[in-house]
Design a protein around this ligand. Sequence first.
Ligand code: SAM
Length: 273
Amino acid sequence: MAKQARKEIRPDPVAELWPGQSVALLKALHILTRDGALNADSRRKLKQVLHLAQLIKPAIDWAFAEKTEPVLADLGAGKSYLGFVLYDLFFAKQGRGSVVAIEARHDLIETSRRIAAESGFARMNFVESAIADANVPGGADVVTALHACDTATDEAIAFALRNDAKFIALVPCCQAEVAAMLEDSKKPERQLWRHPIQRREFGAHLTNVLRGLYLEAQGYKVRVTEFVGLEHTLKNEFIFAERHQRANAQARAEFERLKTQFGAAPTLLTFAD
Ligand SMILES: C[S@@+](CC[C@H](N)C(=O)[O-])C[C@H]1O[C@@H](n2cnc3c(N)ncnc32)[C@H](O)[C@@H]1O
């Protein structure tokens, strides 16, 4: 008997979107193809961006409730998928507030500016700059950095502090700096990171632990959770910080203790006295 061709059942990509979300925007961003399909890579990216939107919605709700013109800054924005989706979901409907995307690559900034103009996203701005040098007049209430590479996440933390952001949402990316510092360590704990793969993993873990403590020391309440399932990204730690006081001496002492114990810490995380 001839085998019947099995019909492939594909989930409807539009069913995965938020109510009212712009399909035209997702096509302009090439997340959806012209005929409305999703490939595996864009499905992963869309999943990440929508999940992050869900996680940071309380911060955006706070900003709209407390500020007349709230500002969200997305750092290491890449193709600005996150900024575009947040603008579409929250800022466009409110008719106020702005999204600023900061990205070092000229070509990405140019393309994003064009898409924003074509989409009528007048309160979406793009700054071509290293995060460390970026200046946003008026500051930022909510700061996001999704997979900003290595020390760019620390630049994002410093940016958020300079701008006294109320909320900071970080999903760190690859991390090399602290692992490199551990390499020649003579510390008694060095067996913990003896092999390169262990050094990479331990270095990344220590980096994120210190980032959380650093933010706590600066007066933020910090939650660290899984971002999305490991099937969507391996860079999966979500650090969400909300300012609730000006400083926390105990967290600062813990930060310094760990830094001394392991002899390593992200260079950019230093305290201004
Ligand atoms: C892995 S991509 C992530 C892009 C985007 N956030 C996303 O999740 O789709 C990291 C982006 O950060 C940018 N980047 C890395 N270091 C940066 C820095 N120090 N300042 C500004 N942009 C930076 C890179 O050019 C790249 O576009």
